[in-house]
Design a protein around this ligand. Structure first.
Ligand code: SF4
Length: 390
């Protein structure tokens, strides 16, 4: 493949894996129940020296490239596993390191929610830290995959925690839901349940499958569109009701259709400026590549020995910043490539051709884009006609 080198793109999204273990054992988990088992070698928690060094490297990188705003997201495993004291220590080190830099730090955390407490909520309020919750839908849907280590359902306990998190004063720190699509369940029941929490944001995720491990409902026919059909029902429900909730996959497609940037890594051709730091300080380009092959995420860099500039220049990172040039021939010639962007990198994988494929969700994405395009165009036409008539 001939690779065209483009402008250096500094990182502005840093995903810190502060805990490498989880209190749940979700059946679809890309960390613990996938093909890559390297998590076993990771320390359980990010140590103080690694936290300090990572923060220092981040400040250096941002200052060198005049990055004014940085998004720092705590992930895991389960990032609440270390408790509130551990979180306070980490955040104190980060604040100390960035003091006087003028860099705006946007701190967030993605959690399964089960360990949320008022103490954690108070700290998040005090420090302006947001928390996103992983939830697939109402209990009978969520408990299909989101189970504990004994295989037991977890929704009843989560609903108690959500009642706390989505009421005063903690609703101010609630960032929204991350929801994995299951096409065997009713999409309207899912969206109505998620919206019942007055959430500001919802992210629907396509399952982390690829051409070797076909997604559920696409095992036989790769050109079937069960994911588009499922999402289109939710889109129509959401679009024509004009709710204030942002559904990022739909918002991203609409934004891209209007010439703006995407809000999610999985859609569009924008350069990806995200880097993942593991608990031991090693660096990864896309942690979800764990679903492709053993060691796929490894970059052989760590914050102890390498700065973020070195990592940003690595071809595994640059290849995600090359737009359509990094895509397979079919994608390059595709009429919706500017919107789709070839799909999410892990979805493109096959052992035969590596990442030189369209997304395994190609047919779904193309259908969804066309549907949203028609809906938005129809709405705009209606508004123009109304204006003319008035
Ligand atoms: S719709 Fe399919 S062919 Fe077109 S860019 Fe996306 S993955 Fe590639």
């Amino acid at each position: 493949m001939t690779v065209k080198i483009q402008k250096f793109v500094p990182f502005n999204i840093f995903l810190w894996k502060i805990s490498s273990r989880c209190n749940l054992n979700c059946k679809y988990c890309y960390v613990y129940n996938s093909v890559d088992s390297l998590w076993r070698e990771q320390p359980r928690f990010m140590s103080e020296p690694v936290v300090r060094q990572t923060a220092r490297r981040m400040r250096e990188h941002c200052e060198a490239h005049n990055v004014p705003n940085v998004s720092l997201n705590f992930h895991g495993g389960e990032p609440l596993l270390g408790g509130v004291k551990y979180l306070k220590e980490i955040v104190a080190i980060i604040d100390e390191t960035f003091a006087g830099s003028g860099i705006q730090l946007d701190l967030g955390l993605q959690s399964n929610g089960l360990l949320f407490t008022p103490e954690i909520g108070d700290f998040f309020l005090e420090r302006d830290l947001s928390i996103g919750i992983s939830l697939d839908g109402p209990p009978e849907v969520n408990d299909i995959n989101r189970v504990d280590h004994r295989g037991q359902p977890t929704s009843a306990k989560l609903e108690e925690k959500l009642a706390l998190l989505t009421s005063a004063p903690y609703e101010l720190i609630f960032g929204g839901f991350l929801s994995v699509i299951n096409t065997t369940v009713d999409p309207i029941a899912v969206i109505e349940y998620l919206l019942s929490f007055n959430t500001a944001n919802i992210d629907f995720l396509l399952p982390l499958n690829n051409h070797d491990r076909r997604p559920p409902a696409k095992e036989i026919d790769a050109d079937a569109t069960p994911y588009a059909d499922w999402l289109i029902q939710i889109f129509d429900y959401w679009f024509y009701r004009h709710t204030n909730t942002r559904i990022r996959i739909f918002d991203s497609i609409i934004r891209l259709l209007c010439g703006h940037s995407s809000l999610v890594e999985a859609i569009g051709l924008d350069p990806v400026a995200l880097i993942v730091i593991e608990t031991n300080g090693s660096l990864e380009a896309v942690d979800t590549l764990k679903t492709t092959f053993e060691g796929a995420t490894k970059l052989e860099y760590n914050v102890g020995e390498h700065d973020f500039d070195t990592v940003a220049k690595d071809m595994a990172v640059r290849s995600r910043q090359l737009g359509a040039d990094a895509l397979c021939q079919k994608c390059k010639e595709c009429p919706v490539v500017d919107i789709c962007g070839g799909g999410y990198l892990p979805h493109r994988y096959s052992s035969e051709r590596g990442f030189d494929n369209p997304s395994v969700y190609c047919a779904d994405i193309a259908k969804l884009i066309r549907h949203i395009h028609a809906a938005v165009a129809g709405e705009l036409n209606k508004q123009v006609l109304e204006t003319v008539t008035v």
